[in-house]
Write a protein that binds this ligand. Structure first.
Ligand SMILES: Nc1ncnc2c1ncn2[C@@H]1O[C@H](COP(=O)(O)OP(=O)(O)OP(=O)(O)O)[C@@H](O)[C@H]1O
Length: 435
């Protein structure tokens, strides 16, 4: 949980996402409200429910990206699901609860990562002992061990191969989930745990270099130091208090009963989602999880349906509406250059690994943005995702030949962009396949 103010949250998001000020503002307030809620006394705290958000806007304009970055900033478990997934054949009402189960798994790995850091120093020491035992064998004298320790710490043994005994992953017993009976997986997992414990956990021998062994052994040693029960408790708490679920394509399940069969099933999905958003308790294999305070961010283009086509109860649960605008040519220019890991920065860094220096002129950026706008208009508007296909095409030749061009500087200007893409962009039929 972060104690950033809304203004600080927005400026953090600005580092990665161009424009969309309203959406950034809305999520910043939502995050701050969680912090505020935690400052309240217990009684009042239970009363304060999150104000969920409905993001309305075309595809590829940053809806998911804003939500994902927000979650990262808050260290919150985050899950993206397509609402339409639940309209597929074979769908059973309670499948929506899987959302919460998946979120718990994500919460668990986040919490484990965080807690591993707490025990890192001790884990590093134990890992070092294990590497030394693998290097010198159990019978070696203390003096030999110490001299190897010195070399090890100096990095002199990094490339030496050793054999280490590692946990063979899960207990080896597959988990079954009986379709339509999500609770049924409980039994299988418990049996797995029992066998795992009886057998004392299976191990296998792996041959790795000293360097490769480091993260493996440190993770294993930290896991030994972690208290599993405490881990689960904290993970569930973080899901309940901080979890964020991004429900994409909610517009595709908008529609009310009384029309065709498809509408009925869409309404059914809304009805199934409703309890999750209103607050219910879902049984997971790690224990019950309350969904009352999970933040839901629903999103959709709403080209055909309108938010008012959603069930009234669902509309009421998504009180904050923000509209994201289609991206302009100027936005594309900024997306190419400004964000922390913008596409151009990524390509420059990737080519640098081959010793090739990429230099982008302003005119090249203009040309790429122009092409992205033109292809979005003539083929299909996929928003900023178009920049990726265009950039890949522009740099295809350099990417391929880079290993033979060590030491070269490649200047990418408007003429360069035209050369590799000019005709393609003009031909709508061709760009349908390539761009
Ligand atoms: N405003 C923006 N600033 C920077 N990058 C952006 C912006 N909008 C989109 N992108 C980039 O485009 C890609 C797609 O964006 P995103 O996943 O957020 O789309 P979306 O609006 O959620 O669409 P959909 O509903 O189809 O998933 C991402 O890689 C993202 O980084």
């Amino acid at each position: 949980m972060t104690d950033f103010s809304p203004r600080e949250i927005v400026s953090e998001l600005d580092r990665y996402i161009v424009g969309q000020a309203d959406a950034k503002r809305a999520v910043a307030i939502a995050l701050r409200n969680r912090w505020r809620r935690l400052q309240l006394d217990d009684k009042l705290r239970e009363e304060v429910l999150p104000k969920n958000i409905l993001m309305i806007g075309p595809t590829g304009v940053g809806k998911t990206e804003i939500s994902r970055r927000l979650a990262k900033l808050a260290g919150a478990p985050f899950l993206k699901v397509e609402a339409t997934k639940f309209t597929e054949v074979g769908y059973v009402g309670r499948d929506v609860e899987q959302i919460v189960r998946d979120l718990v798994e994500i919460g668990l790995s986040l919490t484990r990562e965080r807690k591993r850091k707490d025990v890192q120093a001790r884990a590093e020491m134990s890992a070092e002992e294990r590497v030394l035992s693998a290097l010198v064998g159990p019978g070696a004298s203390p003096a030999t061990r110490e001299s190897f320790r010195k070399k090890l710490r100096a990095g002199e043994l990094d490339d030496k191969e050793i054999e280490i005994e590692v946990q063979a992953g899960s207990s080896g017993i597959p988990m079954f989930e009986i379709p339509g009976m999500p609770g049924a997986q409980l039994g299988a997992v418990n049996i797995g745990d029992i066998f795992g414990k009886l057998g004392g956990g299976r191990t296998k021998t792996r041959r790795v270099t000293v360097k490769e062994s480091h993260p493996i052994l440190v993770n294993e040693e930290s896991d030994k130091l972690l208290d599993d029960e405490q881990l689960v408790i904290e993970a569930i708490r973080s899901v309940e208090q901080n979890g964020i679920v991004f429900l994409d394509e909610i517009d595709k399940i908008a529609g009310r009963e009384g029309r065709s069969g498809a509408d009925v099933s869409r309404e059914g999905v809304q009805r199934d989602l409703l309890p999750l958003i209103e607050g219910t308790t879902v049984n997971t294999k790690h224990g019950p999880v309350k969904t009352d305070h999970i933040l839901f961010i629903a999103s959709g283009a709403f080209h055909i349906s309108k938010p008012s086509d959603l069930l009234p109860e669902l509309q009421g649960r998504l009180p904050i509406r923000v509209e994201l605008k289609a991206l302009t040519r100027d936005d594309f220019r900024r997306i190419l250059t400004e964000p922390e890991a913008s596409l151009i920065k990524q390509y420059v860094a990737l080519m640098a690994t081959e010793g090739v220096t990429l230099e982008f002129g302003e005119d090249a950026i203009d040309a790429i943005a122009d092409i992205a706008v033109a292809v979005n208009a003539s083929v299909e508007n996929i928003g900023a995702r178009r920049l990726q296909t265009v950039m890949e095409r522009v740099l295809d030749e350099v990417s391929f030949s880079a290993p033979d061009r060590n030491g070269e500087t490649v200047k990418v200007d408007a003429a360069f962009v035209q050369k590799y893409i000019g005709d393609l962009a003009k031909n709508t039929d061709l760009s349908r396949f390539i761009l």
